[in-house]
Design a binder for this molecule. Structure first.
Ligand code: FE2
Ligand code: FE2
Length: 179
């Protein structure tokens, strides 16, 4: 043990892997508080669903007023958020939890809000606010997960990077639209 202080010996690893096999990817070496992680992931899932719905609404409304380039951007973001929701739901199941897709309480679980927006500019602004909320809350999640659940952390880091791109897109869109 002295020369390999960080590694569990192979015999113990093999023995542990055979125990509780029905738990799949959840091994005894999992360091995080699983229930807390599932709860946090479900809040992120709700956030992604709300963002998908809001971007969809904005996409159709922008299409209606012939703001095609903005509409295209909204649709791309809607599809990205839908993809994030799927990735998060998949991870929740891997952790032995259940993804919460219930419309009941969706807005309460979500960090970001659903604001319809009256004008093109107000839609972009509301989306930007929502992205900035997601960025802050996902960054906190990443910090919380740390090395205790590196898989969930990497997932959220990847999503966080895309939300930062979204925010950047929206700032550029806002500049062009307000002019
Ligand atoms: Fe997202
Ligand atoms: Fe986003």
């Amino acid at each position: 043990m002295a020369d390999k202080p960080f590694l569990t010996d192979i015999k113990t690893l093999r023995k542990r892997a055979r125990e509780h096999m029905e738990q799949g990817a959840m091994t005894p070496g999992y360091k995080a508080d699983r229930d807390v992680v599932v709860k946090l992931l479900n809040e992120a899932l709700a956030t992604e669903i709300v963002c998908t719905l809001r971007y969809k609404r904005h996409y159709f409304m922008a299409s209606g007023i012939n703001a095609d380039s903005v509409a295209t951007e909204f649709l791309e973001h809607a599809n990205d958020e839908q993809g994030h929701a799927d990735q998060i739901a998949q991870r929740i199941v891997q952790l032995g939890g259940e993804p919460n897709f219930s419309p009941e309480g969706l807005l309460m679980r979500s960090h970001a809000e659903y604001v319809e927006g009256e004008t093109l500019v107000s839609m972009i602004r509301e989306d930007l606010v929502a992205e900035r909320i997601a960025i802050d809350s996902y960054r906190e999640m990443v910090n919380y997960l740390g090395n205790n659940d590196p898989t969930s952390r990497r997932l959220m880091e990847g999503i966080l990077a895309v939300e930062e791109e979204h925010a950047d897109d929206l700032v550029n869109l806002l500049e062009k639209t307000e002019r």
